[in-house]
Design a protein around this ligand. Structure first.
Ligand code: HEC
Ligand code: HEC
Ligand code: HEC
Ligand code: HEC
Ligand code: HEC
Length: 387
């Protein structure tokens, strides 16, 4: 294998490093996949197309992908604030086609675009590098369909890899060296956790995150069983709401009154909040009086993997020296929390919100405060017995 640029992109048997250090095409692809007859691609340059082109025939895919985090992987303000755009180590996962594009090509902004996945022929990941091998020279789009036919716009290549979790796991697994030396810190562990769960034998990442409905895969072609959604969290990010079960009830012990809340990870075979360290779920208890006015007291519990710097302040993974806390809910895990009911309360409102990062981290980086996404809620009326 020839490593050309960045730590990650390997164009095995496809591209070799020229004297400039830039990749150029050499021989044809020999992916571990079945494919139709090839014409000789010989010395073609890598060719990457914008998602805009794909929309001509695959509009629903482009629409759902545009709503996904993958389409934002290069542009995300949080990513930019960490210097992602300038750091080759990050490009390996966030802009995997970087080395195949000219510096000013607008396709850079598409981040993990269609060709960044459908040009992949193999993965050989390490915890810091997805180890993607691409075929970008034979104009073949690889995917899960094995009875598709080549056509004038592109050829097709049947690849099992697209139905396997290890394809997602190539990027969804990240460990990062602690600043100043020391052991690597866990940053993204969804694939590792899924691998250790019962889902490994039954349910792939794709089955939950890329479900679909029958329809035309390409405009005007015979309908198939499934047009895979590419928005990752489903319509209206609905999958977020499948993760958490919330059950709340009032309990009285002598003169003490409590709300007892059971929070469980019902829907995910990895911890929740999933993904990047620093993401958080916030369980909040608020109380209202008989007139419906909020009482001043509100209490919170935060579920997160928190990375910190030398003085113990929460920081992004690139600046961390240690994991201070990991209170995420593991697969199937159930926690019971208690909140004391304040005097004068006639109802309790419980809610769970997802935040993409800690508000203090956002402020320190100068990016917008994270938008709270409501993912579960419950109301408990407090009868006079509880009061
Ligand atoms: C993160 C990687 C990734 C990106 C980005 C991506 N796809 Fe896919 N795509 C997949 C996977 C994985 C499957 C197979 C899903 C499954 O198991 O059913 C797939 C399936 C497909 C299929 C085959 C039919 C089907 O529904 O399963 C088509 C067509 C397709 N994608 C088009 C696109 C287009 C167009 C884009 C850009 C707008 C795109 N994809 C972006 C990973 C990706
Ligand atoms: C001119 C129409 C057209 C355009 C433009 C087009 N495709 Fe396709 N694509 C098709 C057709 C037709 C099929 C086969 C559909 C079928 O068999 O049901 C297909 C199939 C696919 C598959 C499935 C391959 C497999 O074996 O699983 C993928 C992936 C794919 N296209 C990706 C793309 C991407 C990425 C782009 C943009 C770079 C793109 N297509 C642009 C018409 C098009
Ligand atoms: C080339 C690397 C790469 C591959 C392959 C990949 N992802 Fe991602 N994924 C990313 C990056 C990077 C982000 C974060 C982008 C951002 O938020 O800016 C992400 C974000 C996500 C999110 C978060 C969505 C959200 O809105 O918060 C989900 C879910 C996800 N990916 C699922 C998948 C699944 C399922 C697969 C396999 C079919 C997959 N990914 C394959 C790199 C990848
Ligand atoms: C049984 C269904 C299921 C399977 C299988 C599954 N997930 Fe999830 N995933 C969920 C649910 C539910 C959520 C929403 C909870 C959350 O975001 O914390 C989620 C959330 C995520 C997120 C979003 C994190 C965020 O909030 O930004 C990522 C990333 C992710 N999963 C990656 C993966 C990967 C990678 C795999 C395969 C190794 C996988 N998931 C397998 C159900 C599943
Ligand atoms: C091995 C692959 C990989 C590498 C290398 C990588 N990331 Fe990521 N990154 C991901 C994945 C996957 C996600 C999505 C996880 C999730 O949804 O929570 C992500 C998400 C992020 C996010 C969250 C984006 C948002 O808008 O919420 C930031 C910020 C980020 N990465 C920064 C970086 C930086 C900076 C580097 C380089 C120092 C880097 N990453 C290197 C895979 C990687």
């Amino acid at each position: 294998m020839t490593r050309c640029w960045g730590p990650s992109l390997v164009f095995a048997g496809l591209l070799a490093c020229g004297e400039s250090g830039q990749p150029h095409a050499t021989t044809a692809a020999r992916p571990e996949t079945k494919q139709g007859p090839t014409t000789s691609p010989s010395t073609q340059a890598p060719e990457v197309r914008s998602a805009v082109r794909c929309a001509e025939c695959h509009e629903p895919y482009v629409r759902t992908w545009e709503a996904s985090a993958h389409a934002d992987a290069a542009r995300s303000p949080y990513y930019q604030a960490l210097g992602g755009g300038k750091d080759r180590r990050c490009a390996a996962c966030h802009t995997p086609l970087r080395g195949a594009l000219d510096g000013d090509d607008p396709i850079h902004d598409e981040g993990i675009t269609c060709d960044a996945c459908h040009g992949v022929t193999a993965v050989a990941s390490t915890p810091r590098d997805p180890g993607l091998t691409f075929d970008l020279v034979s104009n073949r789009k690889y995917g899960p369909l094995c009875d598709s036919k080549d056509h004038y716009f592109h050829r097709v290549g049947c690849s099992q890899l697209f139905t396997e979790s290890r394809f997602c796991g190539a990027c969804h697994h990240l460990e990062w060296p602690a600043r100043g030396g020391g052991a690597a810190l866990p940053v993204i562990t969804d694939f590792a956790e899924w691998s250790a769960s019962d889902a490994r034998g039954s349910t792939s990442c794709q089955e939950c995150h890329m479900s679909g409905e029958p329809g035309e895969v390409a405009r005007g072609w015979d309908p198939r069983d499934k047009v895979s959604r590419h928005d990752l969290l489903g319509d209206g990010r609905g999958l977020l709401g499948d993760a958490v079960d919330l059950e709340a009830r009032a309990v009285t012990e002598g003169a003490e009154r409590w709300i007892e809340v059971e929070v469980s990870n019902r829907g995910a075979p990895h911890s929740i909040p999933a993904g990047l360290a620093g993401r958080r779920l916030v369980l909040r208890a608020e109380f209202v009086d008989a007139k419906g006015d909020a009482l001043p007291l509100r209490e919170e519990r935060v579920y997160a993997r928190v990375l910190v710097d030398k003085v113990g302040a929460e920081v992004p993974f690139t600046r961390a020296v240690a994991v201070a806390e990991d209170s995420r809910l593991g697969p199937g895990e159930r926690r019971v929390e208690r909140f004391r009911v304040p005097d004068g309360a006639s109802a309790a409102k419980l809610s769970v919100e997802r935040l993409a990062l800690a508000p203090t981290v956002a402020a320190a980086l100068g990016v917008d405060a994270p938008v709270a996404e409501s993912i579960a809620g419950a109301d408990v009326a407090l009868t006079s017995d509880d009061r």
